[in-house]
Design a protein around this ligand. Structure first.
Ligand code: NI
Length: 172
């Protein structure tokens, strides 16, 4: 078990364009994913991208808790190597996001609600599936990290950006 240090917003590690993984079956990649899972669970969080743990590679992990997908079943812990997203329709949906690189904060972001995901798994096999709603949001958020994009950079109204602890207080 290795819990890695997570870079916070402002750190240069979060700002670059990550490089493709050349060999998904490299044992080093498997070890990195295992450490990222430990780190994500320790935080705790539901997604983590390699640049957040100071590794500039196109690799993310995520899971969707039960009850948060349209069918309610959630999505199991998944590693996506060299992921590519294709927007399936132009409809946007707003939702609240948080990020382990901005601890304690949240904000509303509009994102395409229906996407297709193409990636490789840890055995080098092609993965292809569609995601909608919250599931699509999580994947887009994580993949944004591979291009140096954090969710506040996607926000159109910073009035909804703030500390979760303050947002949950009753208005005075
Ligand atoms: Ni994030």
């Amino acid at each position: 078990m290795a819990v890695l240090k997570i870079a916070r917003m402002g750190h240069p590690a979060l700002m670059g364009i990550a490089e493709p993984v050349s060999d998904p079956r490299d044992p080093e990649i498997r070890r990195l994913v295992a450490d990222m899972v430990d780190t994500m669970r320790d935080a705790p969080g539901i997604g983590l991208a390699a640049p957040q743990v100071h590794v500039p590679l196109r690799l993310v992990i995520y899971m969707v808790p039960e009850g948060r997908t349209d069918d309610g079943e959630g999505h199991p812990l998944t590693a996506l190597i060299n992921p590519e997203i294709t927007v399936q329709d132009d409809a946007l949906e707003e939702g609240v996001e948080g990020c382990l690189s901005l601890p304690g904060m949240a904000g509303r972001v509009a994102r395409p609600r229906h996407i297709r995901i193409n990636a490789l798994d840890l055995d080098g096999n092609a993965l292809e599936y569609e995601a909608e709603g919250y599931h699509a949001r999580v994947v887009q958020h994580e993949c944004d990290h591979l291009d140096g994009i954090l969710y506040p950079m996607r926000m159109t109204d910073l009035a909804s950006f703030g500390y979760v602890e303050e947002m949950t207080k009753a208005p005075e």
